[in-house]
Structures are given as structure tokens and as C-alpha cells.
Design a protein around this ligand. Sequence first.
Ligand SMILES: [Zn+2]
Length: 242
Amino acid sequence: MSKLEIALFPCLSDNYGLLIHDPQSGKTAAIDTPDADEITRQCEARNWGLTDIWNTHHHWDHTGGNLALKEKYGVNITGPNMIEGRIPGLDIGVGEADIFQFGHHDVKVWHTPGHTKDHIVYYVPDAEAIFVGDTLFAMGCGRLFEGTPLQMFESLKKLASLPPETKVYCAHEYTVSNGEFAITVESENPALRAALGDAKTKRTKAVPTIPTTISKELETNPFMRAETPEILGQIRAAKDNF
Ligand SMILES: [Zn+2]
């Protein structure tokens, strides 16, 4: 079976555009649509015809390109359907524990509320990769716009159960600012100090810090390391005011 290919590229001010391509079936999916023009350019540069969009949640910087890309490519749009009308052009609504096919590969969907009520993530075991939108960031997590600390705690626990080597594709480059906050929570954590130093070096050269891995987040991320929902809530409130 030919290997799945993943492309990551900056969009808007600090989003990442993400494409996954299956050479065998010729399918290409965009994970969220921060910028239709940039996604089109990236597909054309690789000779990949866009066939699918997988949305993680409804925020404009994740769905803004849906309709333009649907018009251009006739793509099939998969996304959360728990709250009707949120995902522009939605074709297939999915939720917790759904599995769908991408070529011959399984894509597993988990519901990870917290950032929004209906946030979902896409796990592709054959690529050892998960697309987490705004649920998990390197050394951070999404703001709790609609969900509770308990929901985010449980969502992050689901992610923590993945194989440690799983690559985590986050939707934003927030790593350095997240790390600078994380170090105030756990100043003596050597893995965290190393990860922050590494992220700063990469960012001075404009190199992406994404993907991260589950094992790296378990070692460095104060939200993944929070032992109770209450502690997570306190850390999240402190980060909101950092
Ligand atoms: Zn968002």
C-alpha cells in the first residue's frame, strides 16, 4: 500500500493549512480551510486534485474556504453535525467513534469538546497522524469558548491514549507563546525547557514547530499533564490572562 503524504503550510496570520494525499486512490483532503487560494496553490504545486474537506469545527479560520473550494473542485465536505448549520457546505456529518474511508485507509473521528461544543478530530492510523484543529496545541490547548474544563480534560485524555509516536497536526503556530506560559507552570521541567528552546530556534528561521507528537506533549504540555479538571481549569484561566 502506498504511503499517505501530508503537507503543511502557513495560512492567514498563524494558521496552518494541511493536506493529506493518498497516491493510490488519488484522493486529497484539506483539513480545515483557512485560505481557499493558498490551499488551491498548494494543491496545484503538487498536482493534487482536491477531493475532500474535513472540518474540525466551525470557526471562520477553519471553514472560510469551504464554499470556494467546493465550487472549484466539487469536494465532499465532512464535519461535525451536532449543531446544525455551522459548517458551510457540509455533506457528511460525523461524530464520536465514526470511521470513514479515505482510499483504502481508515479515518477515525473523535468528539473533543472544549474549544467548541462540537469540535472533532481526525485520526489516521496508517499515517500515524492525528489532526486536532484547535483542541490541542504544542505545549497548549484551545481556549474554552463553549466548553468546560471537564470537557477539555476528557478530550485531552482521549488524545493521551494514542500511541506515543503519533504525529499531532495542530491548526496554529502558537508554540513559543504556549511554551513561555508553560514554563511559568512547571519551571523545572527539563523536557519543557528543551522544547521551548527548540521551538524558539525553529521560529527564528521561520520553520514550523508542527507536527508535535503525543509523547512530547505528555512530557511538556501543562494541559495534558493536569491531574484533574479543576487544575486544568485554573491553568487555562491563568493562560487566558497571560
Ligand atoms: Zn477555533
